[in-house]
Design a protein around this ligand. Sequence first.
Ligand code: HQG
Length: 179
Amino acid sequence: MDYTKLSKEVSYALRHAPWEYELEIDSEGFVPIEQLIHAINESGKYNRPITINDLERIIEISDKKRHEIQGDKIRALYGHSIPMHISKQIVTPPDVLYHGTTHKAIGSVMNEGLKPMGRQYVHLSVDRETAFSVGRRRDKNPIILLIDSKKAFAEGIAFYSGNDKVYLSDGIPSEYISF
Ligand code: HQG
């Protein structure tokens, strides 16, 4: 079983295209595991039918906590781009958060702040290393931004939980960003 391929497909289905898999997604992003398994197995893309054990396995072996199973449902913890709003729990952020961005984007980010762009939320990292690896997807020498999340939160900017390394936000005005 190619778990990397399966993990990417699960992310695609849950974050970007639940309708392609005929999934009923709720306001927190959960879908019935049975529906997901059924849709993936219909495509016959893997060397055998996938089971719930395979979904548990991709969560267990992944370098990032991208998906979560609760009861008979599964969801992506972050990354959504679907039109339906996925609600996240508001949390108090750590005092400082980080975001890895590109040389190309930095001018616009410092002008207009961090925006969700193609996703529902801005994604922020708890440490520089994580921000670096996020930024490196788009720039081999990414710029690491510091977010004064303590001040932003105190002044009314909401933060939401993603996973242990990722916080989410609706947008970060440039006054809270430095690098
Ligand atoms: C940039 C992956 C211009 C922003 C990662 C980023 C993450 C702006 C890009 C998660 C901007 C959006 C999300 C502005 C932000 N003007 N550019 N005002 N504001 N940007 O992929 O944070 O492996 O949507 O800097 O690890 O890179 O898939 O967001 O470069 O956790 O699980 O616009 O996806 O996780 O890019 O990545 P993305 P991201 P997975």
